[in-house]
Design a protein around this ligand. Structure first.
Ligand code: PFF
Length: 474
């Protein structure tokens, strides 16, 4: 990872680390995925469960990943492998998740960049056409592919040159800006007549809407949004100095990530309800609601804010996707002995092919599995299965393979940092989280069989089991 993730001995660099880790966490998952997933899964009840998972599972898993990374001083695969070769597969699953997430993330990243151009060339002048224009755009076979290629190209340049420091610096300015724009969007949305219904949808839970699908969706969203379950935060942890306070760092990254997600929800739903749109608008939500709101605002201010929003969204997406690409690249460099250039080309070529399938599937082109297109397959496999099972494996590894004293030593910096909840954290990691994830995944998969999605998720479990069985080969 970049030089700026290597902290120096002062507070400034500590903030640098937090911002780098938050740069990975805050991305399309918060601003694009969270609102529509909440919308699809009943609103308030989903949000409550999501927050519960973030606090009890996400926080603990992030702390575990940081601790393992810093203890072993290695990135994903190496961290497992150096402790116990039989655990190598857990790292390899993380790398596979990175590859698969990058099979659709750049497609959406491409949309974000395309929308900078679209807003700049008059999208806002015909507010009534914004919805149709999005539908037409993503189902077009060519246009989104070109934007995806451009987005992926930016990732390649950044990771190949090892200059992610530059993008992190851009993130440091643009992320707070994005935050401010989200606040403006929220205030603007809340001022529209009929907007309160949106807040109610988001915050007053109707628990009758909860079923095992909703619970698994909330768990998956927590992992995806916090960049957990694939060794990404382990790699970041390996760059942390021994004297940094891991608990505090984890709390800051978790709070920032969750704050942005909730804010994105507040920015979207009141406006949506005011515009009479259905909360189940799906993946197009942010691309339709935000331009519509700024079109409504009108004038040069509306235009500038819309432009800044999509620039901010693109940069937030980039700071996340470079961390995804880097996980795969560092695996190829460290474990397969490739040069950085070759590693980047190999990884991104596979990603490009996956992205072509993903993008085309939205226009109904290309192969399907159980009636599900490539975009949804990659999303389902990673967000619902790989990341959650990856997080479960991290916990089992820490709880059962590493020594309790070593973990305590690492997390408390040899007794210097007080962490009165250590016992609770340890019990969560060793017993409760693995069992909870197993139950949630099992129930989610079984109920997913109604829609054919269960079969795809089961396939994901099969892939993991297969990887574990042949793990000695890795
Ligand atoms: N957390 C990122 C987002 O919310 O967009 C996505 C992501 C990045 C997931 C890195 C996993 C990861 F390792």
């Amino acid at each position: 990872m970049s030089a700026s993730t290597k902290p120096r001995d002062n507070w400034g660099s500590k903030l640098g680390f937090v911002m780098a880790a938050a740069g990975s966490a805050v991305g399309l998952g918060n601003i694009w995925k969270f609102p529509y997933t909440a919308g699809d899964n009943g609103g308030g009840a989903f949000v409550v469960i999501y927050l519960f998972f973030v606090i009890f599972i996400g926080f603990s898993v992030m702390l575990t990943e940081f601790a393992i990374g810093r203890r072993t001083q290695k990135s994903a695969v190496g961290a497992f492998k150096s402790t116990d070769r039989r655990w190598t597969f857990a790292g390899v699953i993380g790398v596979t998740s990175g590859l698969l997430i990058m099979g659709f993330y750049p497609v959406v990243g491409g949309w974000a960049i395309a929308y900078i151009a679209k807003v700049g060339t008059g999208l806002l002048s015909a507010p009534e056409a914004i919805g149709d224009s999005f539908g037409g755009f993503i189902s077009d076979p060519i246009q989104p592919l070109m934007w995806m290629a451009f987005y992926l190209f930016l990732n390649i340049v950044i990771v190949m040159k090892g200059i992610s420091g530059g993008i992190e610096k851009a993130g440091k300015i643009l992320m707070p800006l994005l935050f401010i724009i989200l606040i403006i969007v929220s205030v603007k949305g809340l001022m529209l007549p009929g907007s309160m219904a949106g807040l109610e949808f988001l915050f007053s839970p109707d628990f009758s809407k909860i079923d095992s699908n909703v619970i698994l969706a909330a768990l998956g969203q927590a992992f995806f949004s916090l960049s957990l379950g694939m060794g990404c935060m382990m790699t970041y942890g390996s760059y942390l100095k021994k004297k940094e306070n891991l608990v505090q760092t984890t709390a800051m990254v978790t709070a920032m990530d969750t704050g942005v997600a909730i804010l994105a929800g507040v920015a979207m739903f009141p406006a949506m309800f005011a515009f009479g749109m259905a909360p189940t608008a799906g993946p197009g939500l942010v691309f339709v609601v935000v331009p519509q709101l700024f079109a409504e605002m009108g004038g040069i201010i509306g235009l500038l804010l819309a432009l800044m929003f999509f620039i901010g969204l693109s940069v937030a997406a980039l700071t996340s996707s470079v961390s995804l690409l880097e996980v795969v690249v560092s695996y190829l460099i460290d474990e397969k002995g490739l040069s950085r250039v070759k590693a980047v080309i190999t990884a991104s070529s596979v990603m490009a092919v996956l992205c072509i399938f993903a993008s085309l599937s939205l226009g109904g082109v290309g192969p399907t599995l159980f009636d599900t297109g490539a975009f949804d397959i990659f999303d389902l496999l990673t967000d619902k299965i790989f990341l959650a099972v990856g997080g479960m494996l991290v916990c089992i590894f820490a709880g059962w393979r590493l020594k309790r004293e070593d973990l305590e030593d690492e997390i408390t910096n040899g007794g210097e940092v007080k962490f009165p909840l250590f016992g609770l954290w340890y019990a969560l990691v060793k017993f409760i989280i693995p069992v909870a994830i197993a139950i949630v995944a099992f129930m989610g998969i079984s109920s997913g069989f109604d829609s054919g999605k269960g079969a795809i998720m089961l396939l994901g479990v099969g892939i993991i089991a297969g990887a574990a069985l042949i793990s000695k080969k890795f």
